[in-house]
Design a protein. Structure first.
Length: 285
């Protein structure tokens, strides 16, 4: 529709005022597509606009930066201007993430300072026990998953893949991944527990707790990313139902827009219809 309107700008059937209005309408319509990265629409927009798309995006980014800096009470820390609002949002989320990590580190540091030397020794012993337990689990897996012991090619391939995953998980000290591999390898709980002393099981519990905290941090980052991607209000609780509701609402809105464009395309096929349509566009401006 934008391209078709572009062809009608210089129509002799339109008055100078109508041509001027049509240029403004084309500029506004092309802007929406240009903001989404459509290069053809960017060129068309820039041809009709007093400001280029890049200038508009920089102005919007500057406004967003000023808003977030006032709200947060601190600078986002960029020496050069942001190019787009998305750049500002990314910088804001990165700032929040770093602040959260800094608070967590400071909290942990204070906790460590309050700990006595004996507690430090206990922590070191706990880490040693955890390392020992991880090695025990890994060796169990290596023994159960050794691909060279399999004559069936399909089973050998399967175990090779699992063994590769086990090697990676062990290097990362990812206890959860190793336990999942144990389940896939069909190692029984009794066999696992029998090879681990009580203190090692306690150490593994600590590792699982640490992993759970890391997963909570990862979840928080994903939620921040989703809020940005779906343009959700900060107060929105992100879960499957809320995202489905948001997408359904967006789908209905887009379908209404499609129906409106179809109706408009029919209306503006004639000079008289184009003039009536332009009159409607002029009313809210």
């Amino acid at each position: 529709m934008v391209l078709w309107l572009d062809l009608r700008v210089k129509s002799k059937a339109l008055t100078t005022k109508q041509q001027r209005l049509l240029r403004r309408v084309i500029c506004n319509m092309a802007l929406e597509f240009a903001m989404d990265g459509d290069e053809e629409m960017r060129i068309l927009h820039d041809a009709y606009s007093d400001e280029t798309l890049a200038e508009i995006q920089q102005a919007q980014a500057a406004e967003a930066k000023a808003y977030f800096e006032e709200m947060m009470g601190q600078s986002l820390g960029e020496d050069k201007p942001f190019e787009t609002v998305d750049d500002v949002l990314h910088a804001r989320f990165e700032k929040i993430r770093k602040q959260s990590e800094a608070r967590e580190k400071a909290k942990q540091s204070r906790k460590n300072k309050r700990s006595k030397h004996s507690n430090l020794q206990d922590s070191e012993q706990l880490l040693d026990d955890a390392d020992s337990a991880l090695r025990t689990i890994y060796r169990q897996l290596a023994s159960a998953l050794h691909p060279d012991r399999e004559s069936d090619p399909a089973v050998r391939t399967f175990k090779t893949q699992l063994m590769s995953t086990a090697n990676t998980a062990y290097k990362r000290r990812d206890l959860l991944a190793l336990l999942q591999l144990q389940y896939q390898a069909k190692l029984t709980d009794e066999k696992i527990a029998a090879s681990l002393a009580h203190e090692k099981i306690e150490a593994l519990t600590v590792l699982l707790t640490e992993r759970m905290r890391a997963m909570h941090r990862e979840l928080r980052d994903i939620e921040l990313q989703a809020a940005s991607e779906f343009v959700l209000a900060p107060s929105t609780i992100i879960h499957e139902a809320s995202l489905k509701h948001h997408l359904k609402t967006l789908e209905r809105k887009l379908q209404d827009e499609i129906n409106e464009v179809k109706h408009n395309m029919t209306s503006i096929q004639t000079d008289a219809g184009l003039k009536r349509w332009l009159k409607d566009q002029d009313e809210p401006l």
